[in-house]
Design a protein around this ligand. Structure first.
Ligand code: F6P
Length: 333
C-alpha cells in the first residue's frame, strides 16, 4: 500500500484531556515527514460535511496544555448510516486524504472500521476518560479525569467532615467502573460501588459506615460509578439506614475538562507518533494501543473484539484499604 501524503485528523465522541497533545505530536511528526495535515472539525460529522482546514506546525504551538480538543468533537447520527459513511469516504477521496487519524473511544473506533471498509485507511487513537477499551490498558484522558475527580472529592471531604455527613459522589465512566475504582482508592472512599460488581447496600456501605462510626468516624465518602446509577436513591437509603445526614454530588462534566496531566500529555504524544508510523508503514487500518508500558499498533477489527474487565487487583486493594466487604465478607474486618 502507498504511504500517506495527506492525512486528516479528527476527534470524536466525548472529549478527553490530552487529545490536543496527540494532535500536536501528529502534526509535528507529519510535517517533518512532509505529510500535510487537515484538521477535521466535529468528528465524523465534519468529515461528512467537508468541514476541514489546513493544520500547520504553528497551529499546534502551545496546545498540549489545553484541555478539550481544538478540533471540536461530536457524536454523528448520520455517520451511523451506511450512506453517511459512504459520503465521508467520498469526501476523503475528493480532498485527497489518504489516511485519517481518529481519536476517541469505542464508538469512534467502530466508525473508523466502517470508514476503512469503504476504502479509507484509518488509524485510531484511544482517547476517553472512561478507560474502557479492551485493546488497550490506557486511554488518553483517564489520568486527568481521575485527578480531577480526586481533587473534587478532597474538597467534598472538607465540608463532609465539618458537617459529619456522608458524601455520596457519582463519578463518570459510562458502563464501566474503572474511573470510579481508581478515584475511590485515590480519594480514600469508604465504599465504591461499581457496575461490574453485585451490590449489597447493607453489606458494602451501611455496615462499613456503622463500623466506622463505632471507631469514632462521623463522615464518609461513598463513590458510585455512573453505570450503577440511582445515586440519589442510594443516598436516601444510606441516610435512613445509618442515621447520618447524606448529600449527593454528581461530578459530571468537570471530569472531562482541565489541563491534561503529564501522563496524559506524554501518552498522547507517544500514541500520536505511533499513529504517524502506522500510516507511514502503509499497512491497512490500525489502532494504537498501550500494553505493558509499550505503545504499538494492531489490527482494528481485532482490537474491537477485545473486552476489558475490571482490574481485579485494584478492586481487591480497594477493599483491603477501604474496609468494604465486597469480596468474601472478610476484607477489612
Ligand atoms: O465517554 C466519556 C463520557 O464522559 C462518559 O463517562 C459519559 O457517560 C458520557 O461520555 C457522556 O456523554 P455526553 O457528552 O454525550 O453527555
Amino acid at each position: 500500500m502507498e504511504r500517506a501524503k495527506r492525512i486528516g485528523i479528527l476527534t470524536s465522541g466525548g472529549d478527553a484531556p490530552g487529545m490536543n497533545s496527540a494532535i500536536r505530536a501528529i502534526v509535528r511528526a507529519a510535517s517533518a515527514e512532509e505529510i500535510s495535515c487537515l484538521g477535521i472539525r466535529r468528528g465524523y460529522s465534519g468529515l461528512i460535511n467537508g468541514d476541514v482546514f489546513e493544520l500547520t506546525r504553528n497551529d499546534v504551538d502551545g496546545i498540549s496544555r489545553r484541555g478539550g480538543t481544538i478540533l471540536y468533537t461530536a457524536r454523528s447520527e448520520e455517520f451511523r448510516t451506511d450512506a453517511g459513511v459512504e459520503k465521508a469516504a467520498n469526501v476523503c477521496k475528493y480532498l485527497g486524504i489518504d489516511g485519517v487519524i481518529a481519536l476517541g473511544g469505542d464508538g469512534t473506533f467502530r466508525g473508523a472500521l466502517a470508514l476503512a471498509r469503504h476504502g479509507v485507511r484509518v488509524v485510531g487513537i484511544p482517547a476517553t476518560i472512561d478507560n474502557d477499551m479492551g485493546c488497550t490498558e490506557y486511554t488518553i484522558g483517564f489520568d486527568t479525569a481521575c485527578n480531577t475527580a480526586m481533587e473534587a472529592i478532597d474538597k467534598l471531604r472538607d465540608t463532609g467532615q465539618s458537617h459529619e455527613r456522608v458524601s455520596v459522589v457519582e463519578v463518570m465512566g459510562r458502563n464501566a467502573g474503572h474511573l470510579a475504582l481508581y478515584t475511590g482508592i485515590a480519594a480514600g472512599a469508604s465504599a465504591v460501588l461499581l457496575p461490574e460488581k453485585e451490590i449489597n447496600l447493607e453489606r458494602d456501605v451501611v455496615d462499613v459506615i456503622r463500623r466506622g462510626c463505632i471507631r469514632g468516624r462521623r463522615h464518609h465518602i461513598v463513590v458510585i460509578a455512573e453505570g450503577v446509577g440511582h445515586a440519589t436513591r442510594y443516598a436516601k437509603d444510606i441516610q435512613e439506614q445509618t442515621g447520618l445526614e447524606t448529600r449527593v454530588t454528581v461530578l459530571g462534566y468537570i471530569q472531562r475538562g482541565g489541563a491534561p496531566s503529564a501522563r496524559d500529555r506524554t501518552s498522547a504524544a507517544m500514541m500520536g507518533l505511533r499513529a504517524i508510523d502506522a500510516l507511514k508503514s502503509g499497512e491497512g487500518s490500525r489502532v494504537i494501543v498501550s500494553q505493558n508500558g509499550q505503545f504499538f499498533d494492531m489490527d482494528i477489527e481485532e482490537a474491537l473484539k477485545m473486552e476489558k474487565g475490571l482490574d481485579e487487583e485494584m478492586f481487591i486493594a480497594c477493599n483491603r484499604i477501604d474496609t468494604s466487604y465486597y469480596n468474601n465478607g472478610t476484607a477489612g474486618k
